[in-house]
Write a protein that binds this ligand. Structure first.
Ligand code: G3P
Length: 217
């Protein structure tokens, strides 16, 4: 399973990247706003840090303008993945950009039917949003499972990029049902290390070690 980091916070990306935990990065207009930085400048810095795909999202609504924006973003670096929304125009832009050899991430996917269209349009990645489906009492993980089954049935090569991940369980469940990639905020990735029994065990070892009166080295 590949780990993408869902942020435009370059300090957080560097910290995880130094540990070998970053296979790519995803950004979106909300994350660019949160960074407080210029989209081109911050995306270039991210591409300099990370070798894998870095998703940068277009904001136009019509296909021709999405293609123009996508090509502009793709000039930032070789590892740019152009992110387009799952609309009819987004699919047209996906087809045009992927036919020209650009990686394309089709985002805001909320149904298996949408995921089929994205694969047919040549998407490199499809981004189903787990958390936002769960928010409205639908089953985000079931969508990942359904897309996995459908893509495998027909040998679609589009990678399933599980997005809108809010918890550690989302990550392990996405891994269990066969998502190719997860993208999660740095804090969620870092919280994967936490376990109450690890903390408890360490406290016990500390207490017992103090009683030995020994030192190492
Ligand atoms: O990658 C998409 C992701 O950023 C959306 O997450 O938590 O805003 O639904 P969220």
């Amino acid at each position: 399973m590949k780990f993408f980091v869902d942020t435009a916070d370059t300090a957080a990306i560097r910290e995880l990247n130094d540990l070998g935990m970053v296979d790519g990065v995803t950004t979106n207009p909300s994350l660019i706003l949160k960074s407080g930085r210029d989209i081109i400048e911050v995306t270039k810095e991210i591409c300099d840090i990370v070798e894998g795909p870095v998703s940068a999202e277009v904001v136009a609504k019509d296909a021709a303008e999405m293609i123009r924006e996508g090509k502009h973003l793709a000039e930032i670096a070789k590892n740019i993945t152009v992110k387009v929304p799952l609309t009819w125009d987004g699919l047209k832009a996906c087809k045009a950009l992927s036919s020209e050899g650009h990686m394309v991430n089709v985002t805001l996917c909320f149904s298996a039917a949408q995921a089929i269209l994205a694969a047919k349009a040549g998407a490199t990645f499809i981004s189903p949003f787990i958390g936002r489906l769960d928010d409205i009492n639908l089953d985000g993980m079931q969508l990942i499972e359904d897309i996995r089954t459908i893509y495998d049935n027909y040998d679609f090569r589009t990678e399933i990029l599980a997005a809108s991940i809010r918890s550690v369980n989302h990550i392990t469940d996405a891994a269990r049902v066969g998502a190719d990639v997860i993208t999660a905020p740095p804090a969620v990735i870092k919280s994967m290390v936490n376990h109450v029994l690890t903390d408890k065990g360490l406290a016990q070892f500390d207490a017992d070690w103090a009683k030995t009166g020994q030192k190492i080295g």
